[in-house]
Write a protein that binds this ligand. Sequence first.
Ligand code: HEC
Length: 137
Amino acid sequence: MRKVLLLVVVLAAACGKKAETTGDPGSAAEPAAPSTPGPHGAAAVRAANDMFKTVCAACHGENGKGDGPASSTLNPKPRNYTDKAWQASVTDEQITQTILMGGAAVGKSPAMPAQPQLKEQPDVVKNMVMIIREFGK
Ligand code: HEC
């Protein structure tokens, strides 16, 4: 989280510099840099829920039991999130890494896909980890 705040500060500083140079010929035509790093709050919750239903549930199942429609041919099977022993064995950080980098990068099945684009949306990833934790309760 501290890293994200730092990034925002750096971006803000960069934008400030840009504003100072608006007198330069040609600079007015430059498109403005996007100022929002990603969805926050309710939007992040919605994005995580939507993604879980449309992407993850195909393998992990609507109820997180690892029994989604695409799971039948997979070996090993997609993780059953309701497995309390598994829940206790992993940290939020490890779950985050698995989601962002995929199974192969963390020594798990390569069938577990990476979602590198979510690195830009830490709030969505955080909510996705919460969804996974919720299945274990
Ligand atoms: C194509 C099927 C597939 C999809 C889609 C998929 N997964 Fe997985 N996932 C797997 C498989 C298979 C494993 C088991 C890997 C293993 O045990 O080696 C797994 C394992 C995991 C694990 C557990 C890793 C561990 O520590 O054991 C997490 C967390 C996870 N997936 C999250 C997600 C999330 C979140 C999504 C959606 C963004 C998702 N997965 C989409 C197949 C899938």
